[in-house]
Design a protein around this ligand. Structure first.
Ligand SMILES: [Zn+2]
Length: 464
């Protein structure tokens, strides 16, 4: 009820201020929003999409033969008072949330929720398809800027030569005092044309590939208009940003192979020298990796004992945690053996000694298929660990920089020492069967900022 009153108040304000520009007459059937029939649509599917009855749809549009619905037909959609124009399918871009869409399309949040039958605002994520009224793009309210610390909406209005009361109305506020620090401000004029996400400093954010996928390496690239300090997280893992070139920053981030599919959150915080800052939160779809289940494995029970596995896992996590500011590789990684016969793939779900499929295979296993046992460094880097472990056997870890590490388990003999700089193709060890292994093989794994990822991707593509 309170919300309805607020809405009425806003509509009254809008009506008073924009009387010359706005139609405020009660909605006749000519004012109903219009949906253009797409291939594959039926009366029932359209009614279902908008949550209305097929009978109402047929009646309003005076359809004589509901089975004949040519693609491209304009259908009036009843039940959405206050919405007019053509309803189109739009893909939510990076930076979109219920509030920004409401302001940009000048449709209240409740209507967007009803149009799209959303059960939660979190259902709006990068790549989600939304039904929104198409309006004259030039009239659309655009994000202007985020308010700086201590900066008022009045100052912003003055800065952008805008009427402060327009800001109040566009942003559905009751007064200019109601703006929060760092709040994203909308106006009918744009700030810096290149500015997205409400900050003139932030030109663009790219995440590749999209959607996110279990076990994959993702690259977050941020283009700015001036040097910024960037921080943030992807699916709750803190990102490590590095400067690629002037005003261009990149973070390489793995998504855990057993991460919960659904919506993951990207957060981004940027700060300039004057301590002006802004923050962005963006849900992004995270899809399953569709990894198969390995046949259940039987191993020495001591190699499953948490008293042994946990300190060992912790050691590996610690060694692979630091994101070295230097990036040592510039090309695709090379295969670390001469004959890459794969015995087990990354990501497959594993069960040991009837424990259930609670593990996943953290790397790729190469059998012994060449007439040598050589293990080669897949890329340049610094050797940061050499040692013998209960589960992993004789192990070597190479730091390739920027948070990217390679691990080589179950060796018979290491051929490098901690601190060595190795080149691509340099022999670093010998394939063996030490540790929790059912036979001689090389287990190679790749870490991207603290998360194990599909190593084969690194043979296919130059990251970032
Ligand atoms: Zn393995």
């Amino acid at each position: 009820m309170v919300k309805t009153l607020q809405l009425i108040r806003i509509i009254v304000i809008l009506a008073v201020v924009f009387t010359p520009f706005m139609k405020v007459a009660a909605q006749s059937s000519n004012d109903l929003p219009v949906y253009i029939v797409q291939a594959g649509d039926t009366i029932n599917s359209i009614a279902l999409r908008f949550g209305i009855s097929p009978q109402d749809l047929i009646a309003v549009n005076q359809i004589s033969n509901p089975d004949l619905l040519p693609v491209g037909t304009s259908l009036k959609i009843p039940g959405f008072e206050g919405v007019s124009g053509t309803l189109t399918l739009s893909i939510a871009p990076l930076g979109a949330n219920l509030r920004t869409i409401s302001r940009q399309y000048e449709v209240d949040e409740d209507t967007i929720i009803r149009l799209n039958q959303l059960t939660s605002p979190a259902q709006i994520y990068v790549g989600s398809t939304l039904i929104l009224p198409e309006k004259n793009p030039s009239a659309r309210i655009k994000p202007l800027k985020a308010l700086g610390e201590g900066e008022s909406a009045l100052e912003t209005a003055a800065q952008f030569l805008s009427n402060p009361w327009k800001l109040v109305i566009y942003n559905q506020k009751e007064s200019t005092a109601r703006f929060l620090s760092q709040e994203l401000i909308f106006s009918d004029i744009s700030g810096d044309e290149s500015g997205l996400f409400g900050s003139p400093w932030l030109k663009n954010i790219e995440i590749t590939p999209l959607p996110l996928r279990q076990g994959k390496t993702h690259v977050v690239r941020v283009y700015t208009s001036k040097p910024l300090n960037l921080s943030g997280s992807l699916n709750n893992v803190p990102l490590s940003f590095f400067k690629e070139q002037e005003n261009q920053y990149v973070a390489i981030q793995g998504i855990h192979a057993m991460a919960q599919p659904g919506l993951a959150l990207l957060t981004l915080k940027a700060q300039d020298d004057a301590q002006m800052s802004f923050e962005i939160e963006q849900p992004i779809l995270l899809e399953p990796g569709y990894y198969p289940q390995d046949v259940p494995l039987t191993v020495d029970p001591s190699t499953l004992d948490p008293a042994i596995t946990q300190p060992e896992d912790e050691l590996i996590r610690t060694v692979t945690k630091t994101a070295t500011p230097q990036r040592y590789w510039t090309e695709k990684f090379r295969v670390p053996v001469d004959e890459p016969c794969i015995r087990s793939w990354f990501g497959s779900r594993r069960s040991y000694n009837n424990s259930g499929y609670i593990y996943f295979h953290t790397g790729v296993d190469y059998g012994v298929c060449a007439n040598n046992l050589n293990i080669y460094s897949p890329a340049p880097g610094v050797v940061v660990y050499v040692g013998e472990l209960t589960v992993r056997g004789i192990s070597t870890i190479i730091d390739h920089g920027w948070g990217v590490y390679s691990g080589f388990w179950h060796q018979s003999a290491p051929k490098v020492n901690v601190g060595d700089f190795v080149e691509t193709g340099q022999i670093i060890g010998e394939i063996g069967g030490t540790g929790r292994a059912t036979g001689p093989h090389l287990h190679w794994e790749v870490w991207a900022n603290g998360v194990q990822v599909e190593p084969l991707d690194w043979l296919e593509k130059v990251y970032p």
